[in-house]
Design a protein around this ligand. Sequence first.
Ligand code: MCA
Ligand code: AMP
Length: 513
Amino acid sequence: MSKSGLIFANHYTKYSPVIQLIQNASTFSNKTAIKSNGQIYIYQDLLAISENIAITLLNGKKDLQEARIAFLVSTGFEYVCLQWGIWRAGGIAVPLCTKHPLPSLQYVIEDIQAEAVIYSPEFAQLLQPLMNQGTTRFLSTFHFKMKRRGDLPDIAPSRRAMILYTSGTTGNPKGVVTTHQNIETQITSLTTSWEWQADDHILNILPLHHVHGIINVLSCALWSGACCEFLPKFDAAKVFEVFNKGEVNLFMAVPTIYYQLIAFWKKLPAKEKQQVSTTLQKFRLMVSGSAALPVSVLEQWRDISGHTLLERYGMTEMGMAISNPYRGERRPGHIGQPLKGVTVRLVDENNQIVKDGTSGEIQVKGANVFKEYWQKSEATQATFTADGWFKTGDIAVLDNGYYRILGRNSVDIIKSGGYKISALEIEEILRTHPKIKECGVVGIPNEEWGEIIGVSLIIEGEEANFDLEDLKAWLKTKLPSYKVPRLFIFQEDLPRNVMGKVTKKELKRLFVN
Ligand code: MCA
Ligand code: AMP
């Protein structure tokens, strides 16, 4: 029996027949779906509350007809109810990042022309300046507490379901639109390849505005009738505490998190080290992705846990595409082979397939690949070849049957802590600072973070009079903290080629030396 106080007894439910994730849930009715905030929620709770949210959102309409509904709530049960409620009402779910400052939230809310923004009370003050402006309705989660009755629309799989924001090589983040069909394909490709079971229990410590946390962890668990347990944020001590209870048997994270877990484990007393290691050995599967997994991290984790991390490769625009096998050789430093249903090729600058052993851009086709960038038809067109291949921008080589990532075709994309960050977006913000004349942002390799953001500043006045702490505080009002540079150098001018263009490779070298 659920411990939630939000449950409506004897609820009747009409399932939108084509959202398979929700239909599946009806077959797991009394099983535990979610553990969060010390509460246990069963699948029937999710169905009942998401239905009520859908009916409330519809407010007498038959279908939200792909209205964009943004939501800003912490990870956990409420998040899932809102996501499912929006889907069941025919809306497009747009999760907002709980770590974003107001300008980043405002950018998304305006870009999607949100019909409504749903927020939990802890975010009311942050969002206050945006309320009562324009046509977007701001609804506290309290708005959904009253029980309502009504019908839900049928949702065709081809309809738009979700928009997630991703940084690119052209300034501001773009909204990646996926359909219900895309999402279903992304989920089933993983649930079959990694053999998800109804008795699985996963711990989710990832943010829920990205594919890794939303699809690979949360949605795969709920599709399978498994339990998804949440911690509100990553904390190595709490992760091991939960693991030691012995319920969790699956874990997925970015390399930085494994790095930090290893560092924490090393500081534990010998007895506790042994306890953690014994617990981890009983896990069914541990996965790493979102950024390159250093072989040193893979090896240290293997020593601690007895597991060779399964490394896989994906992208917001396509979910997962390439993976090491669940059964079979997991090759360190490699991302594996295409998942079932995903077609992959490596091409040169002219879109010609390269010979085996030669590096090329990864291009992908399959029902997993997204529909479009939200209201950016030129960008959408530019990211597909004329014959429909999605151009990832990642460079790889096929090495004895396993793909290995070599880098990206743009120096302006940085991966830090598993987040994809645009150097250009940070530069644009920095140039609006009154004391900054010019700047250049680059990613500097780092074992813990993948890359650390570095910036070269050309400033007005003397370096001695420039307060870096002030600059960091200023940046944090404009950007989420993971986009704030950590390394700073001052220059008279940026390194440039004969055409006057900034040479980022040269700039990177200045940080390393
Ligand atoms: C935080 N810190 C950093 C960075 N972030 N230092 C350098 N570089 C960074 N990027 C420092 C802070 O300054 C602070 O230090 C300390 O770390 C803690 O900061 P906090 O913000 O609390 O960090 P955190 O919450 O512990 O975050 C670290 C994290 C997080 C858990 C690794 O970055 C994270 O959740 N990453 C996962 C992102 C993700 O899910 N990506 C998937 C997207 P001090 O206290 O000294 O100031 S990619 C995707 O979805 C595709 C499809 C795929 O393939 O998966
Ligand atoms: P995002 O845009 O946040 O979805 O990040 C997708 C990008 O993360 C990909 O284009 C890759 O550059 C990177 N990525 C994801 N998984 C891996 C991996 N296993 N190894 C190297 N890079 C990865």
